[in-house]
Design a protein around this ligand. Structure first.
Ligand code: SF4
Length: 930
């Protein structure tokens, strides 16, 4: 019998030390209001002697559906060490003013009053000399999610400064989803993954990017779900799957279209779903490739009414404007004759028939040569997708690729042919924010209090009702989207493309013929010119060529890390034009180092706050004030109010008490503070958040009677309704208290239309530019050689060890990684170039060179260089990071407009920067270029 060991003594010094670590004076609810989408992990934050000593996952999310795992515990290693970063040496604790050259790193401490005086004077100079549009505020999800945008933007929105669109800055857009669905943002609640029978992790790495929610994938496998990872590299997500399908970089469209071909050839198409949900039954004219429209058949007919050939009546009839086909059965094949209003007869064919012709190029054996996946694997995957409830966990990598739109359109087609959306466990996943409607309403309210909320809400309801009554086929989503196209939504943004084109030196880059696709028939400039002349981007060309940017604000973001083209473009072209650069941040970023004035932000838990409010987590999660704000830091809301007061004071001193903003409205400067704070009623951080919570409760998106006080008891509440923000309405599903959330159920269950030109999931785009490019239907195209003719392609993704670059200088994180930037390179590629693991190498192309440590791994595909995005440029030699290697291309077709849903609205359709698939080469550091 084994000897029984005595339990260790718990009275010694070591035990007291351990007990001591667990003592606290108070606990507050917390989460991390940072861009770690979908964020919202609920934490308990423990405080002793006024300092945060520990955080731990709270485990307080409720069970939603019997038999489905709950969301507890939610957390990650960045969250676990977050409180340590609050006391890191890179914290900015006081307002600072540059004393040396920009980027030299020399600052002096100044008072808030001095800093604000300098800022207000520069803004007033810019307003008086060039207009408010010459003040540029960079759009960023920042440290505080949408609350930062709303609260920090209060002054800027009112003055009509240029606020660049967050989507164009970060490009977490899914252009192919948007082209197909008129929305890019389906976001299942994470627990809905559990219902899937086939999970395709496609161009995504949730084991890095979605640590708190990855358990649903593992639990789904226990439930019988098959998990397949489709990516070029054998990622940490691939390790836990049933299959790994290595696809050649940039060839995902070839793979998806080949799967579609198998499904069509083998008679596996869900025809009823295709007829009802998609445009594949609409007729297209053979003579010009355009949809057969009502205006083709009748004088004065509409351009947005389309046609099908009804197999039951044997006639060409108008397609309903909803998805309710009634007794109609659109033909999917065949060829028909239509008589036009001028008497001519033309041949018309269903889109599905055109698709069959397109798919002729994608037999598995042919596609295999493009995508590198064995034909048998293609067939196997296609059959499974057709027979199983399939969900695609799509990341935002494809949208950052040159032909990412085509790849995503092909993936959507796969889901359409197999009937895979609008039911639990099926569909495609992106991201969305919304439902916390009180925050969006704030800028529209005439005064504080819920009576004012009711008035605004009732006014909105009446307007909505009137619009819906004019056309019974309209939906609330379509009306709200249309208001958003008209610029009515309170997030007033400007696409960044024109700013980059006119003021940041990108015009020359985008015109490089070899870096664009060969199907671009004219010069890039020609397309931009045509787009502007046709008025597709009217009012979006800001700051205009004659009003160069003068004052730049980066609040909570890190422009010089994130910008494709990096410091190479911005410091050379933009910085010299700027009279004042202001950063507001809680830590010293590379952008802060290159700024003129640095303002200290507190970062929760220094004040009450909320992260993004997402369908993925489906909870409003409080991050409360656990400690006093560090140093002299002030919340974004307090910054807005102080700036408003200072603008009034400095304006009065120069006799400027009012101005005209970009909307032609007269804005009073002398009462700016009173107007924004509702005469001081919401001047306090607690007051403004309480107002937003109460308003959201009133509008039905959270339980009635929820207040800041009740949230302080519970920590989080589940959303009860979608509310009225566009991205929430785009979920197109009711929220049920006892069901996981699945987008697009309004389409499959209520037959409501999609917000596209054809009111269907649209795979055929008959815009003249798309026809010219041969992209009217999804296709595979090779990516052009952006950055020059070099053998490697750079890919990227969210890192495991940092939220963007925020945690990369944390001592804890540095102690658990190599502590400096690395690039992943395939072992055989490394050997061929004489590169060893851990060695410093040169990564170079036609635009830049970067020195970095090699991480040699067989997990990287040959020809691939993986650079996760989690480092500060100042961690690289000479501060030259990987964004410098990116030319910063955009695809010319994304300047297209004037076509149904292909029009600009905030966070949606616009030119977006590309950084995947950039070409480069490598060599040991110190070697000469080959
Ligand atoms: Fe969750 Fe983000 Fe915090 Fe990690 S950093 S624990 S993912 S909220």
């Amino acid at each position: 019998m084994a000897e029984q060991l005595e339990p260790p003594s718990t009275s010694g010094k070591w035990a007291n030390g351990y007990r001591n670590r667990w003592k606290w004076d108070k606990m507050a609810w917390g989460t991390h209001c940072v861009d770690c989408y979908p964020t919202n992990c609920s934490y308990r934050v423990y405080v002793r002697d006024g300092r945060v000593v520990r955080e731990e996952p709270a485990g307080n999310f409720q069970t939603i559906e019997e038999g489905v795992p709950d969301m507890n515990p939610s957390g990650c290693q960045k969250g676990a060490q977050w409180s340590q970063m609050l006391y890191g040496k890179e914290r900015v604790l006081h307002p600072l003013r540059r004393t040396g050259e920009r980027g030299e790193g020399r600052f002096e401490r100044v008072s808030w009053d001095d800093a604000l005086t300098e800022i207000a004077d520069a803004m007033l100079d810019a307003i008086q000399e060039s207009g408010p549009e010459s003040i540029v505020r960079i759009g960023t999800p920042g440290e505080g999610g949408t609350q930062t945008m709303i609260l920090a933007g209060a002054v800027f929105n009112r003055l009509g400064t240029t606020s660049t669109d967050v989507q164009s800055e970060i490009n977490d857009f899914n252009p192919g989803l948007y082209i197909t669905f008129g929305r890019f943002d389906p976001a299942h609640s994470n627990d809905d993954w559990f219902h899937s029978e086939q999970l395709l992790i496609w161009a995504n790495n949730p084991a890095y990017g979605s640590i708190p929610w990855y358990h649903f994938i593992a639990e789904a496998r226990y439930n019988g779900t098959e998990v397949v990872t489709i990516a070029p590299d054998y990622s940490p997500s691939a390790i836990h799957g049933d299959y790994f399908v290595p696809v050649r970089i940039g060839s995902d469209a070839a793979l998806a279209l080949s799967m579609c071909r198998v499904i069509v050839d083998e008679g596996l198409v869900d025809e009823a779903f295709v007829r009802e949900q998609t445009d594949l039954g609409l007729l297209v004219r053979a003579d010009n490739g355009r949809f057969l429209r009502q205006c083709d058949l009748q004088q004065d007919g509409a351009a947005d009414v389309f046609h099908i050939f009804d197999t039951r009546s044997g006639e060409i009839v108008e397609a309903p404007r909803t998805l309710d086909l009634g007794e109609l059965e659109p033909a999917l094949e065949g060829s028909y004759r239509a008589r036009l209003s001028d008497g001519a007869e033309v041949e018309v064919v269903p889109v599905f028939a055109l698709l069959q012709r397109r798919l002729a190029d994608y037999a598995p054996e042919d596609a295999s040569a493009s995508c590198g996946v064995h034909p048998d694997t293609i067939r196997d995957l296609a059959r499974k997708a057709a027979r199983r409830r399939t969900m695609i966990l799509l990341g935002w990598t494809l949208g950052k690729s040159y032909h990412g739109d085509l790849m995503e359109r092909a993936i959507c087609l796969l889901l359409a042919l197999t009937g895979n959306w609008g039911k639990h466990g099926a569909g495609v996943r992106s991201w969305a924010v919304g439902m916390f409607d009180g925050q969006y309403l704030l800028g529209s309210k005439p005064r504080a209090g819920q009576e004012a909320t009711k008035e605004v809400f009732e006014g909105q309801n009446a307007m909505l009702k009137a619009l819906l009554s004019q056309d019974p086929t309209l939906t609330e989503e379509i009306v709200v989207a249309e208001m958003s196209y008209q610029g009515a939504f309170p997030l007033r943004m400007t696409p960044s493309a024109f700013f980059w084109y006119h003021h940041c030196g990108y015009g020359e880059v985008w015109n490089k013929a070899g870096w664009n696709d060969p199907s671009m028939k004219r010069s890039f400039d020609d397309y931009v010119k045509e787009a502007v002349e046709k008025g597709w981007w009217k009012g979006m060309d800001r700051p205009s060529q004659d009003a160069p940017p003068r004052v730049l604000f980066e609040i909570g973001g890190n422009l010089l890390r994130r910008q494709r083209g990096g410091q190479r473009m911005l410091l050379e072209h933009l910085w010299p034009k700027l009279r004042l650069i202001v950063s507001m941040d809680w830590r010293m970023s590379t952008t802060g180092l290159h700024s003129d004035i640095l303002l200290p932000a507190p970062q929760p838990p220094g004040y009450p706050h909320f992260p993004y409010t997402t369908p993925d987590v489906m909870n409003l999660t409080l991050s409360d004030r656990a400690v006093e704000p560090a140093g002299e830091s002030r919340s974004e809301w307090q910054f807005s109010l102080m700036l408003a007061k200072k603008l009034a004071e400095r304006g009065k001193a120069r006799g400027l008490v009012e101005m005209v903003n970009d909307m032609g409205e007269t804005v009073r400067l002398d009462t700016l503070y009173e107007d924004i704070s509702f005469d001081g009623a919401l001047a306090d951080d607690d007051a403004v958040f309480d107002e937003m919570i109460r308003d959201s409760a009133l509008m039905g998106t959270i339980p009635p009677d929820t207040t800041l006080e009740t949230l302080r008891e519970k920590g989080s509440v589940r959303f009860t309704g979608l509310g009225r923000s566009p991205m929430a309405l785009a979920q197109a599903s009711d929220i049920y208290p006892n069901e996981t959330h699945t987008p697009f159920r309004w389409q499959t269950e209520k037959k409501e239309p999609f917000p596209t030109l054809t009111r269907r999931a649209q795979f055929y785009i008959d815009h003249e530019w798309f026809l010219e490019a041969g992209e009217e239907l999804p296709a595979h195209k090779e990516a052009p050689a952006q950055g020059g003719d070099h053998p490697f392609q750079i890919t990227s993704g969210h890192p495991r060890w940092s939220v963007n670059s925020m945690c990369s200088t944390s001592r804890i994180i540095m102690g658990t990684t190599r502590g400096e930037p690395v690039i992943h390179i395939n072992d055989r590629d490394a050997a061929a170039r004489g590169i060893e693991n851990g060695q410093e190498i040169r990564v170079f192309n036609d635009v830049a060179e970067v020195i970095v440590q090699a991480r040699v791994t067989p997990a990287a595909q040959p020809g691939q260089l993986i650079m996760y995005n989690g480092f500060e440029p100042y961690q690289f030699k000479g501060w030259q990071d990987f964004s410098n290697l990116e030319p910063g291309m955009v695809k010319w077709l994304h300047f297209a407009g004037g076509y149904g849903h292909l029009r600009y609205r905030a966070l949606h359709w616009q030119p977006i920067p590309i950084d995947r698939g950039v070409r480069a080469d490598v060599a040991p550091a110190g070697s000469e270029p080959a």
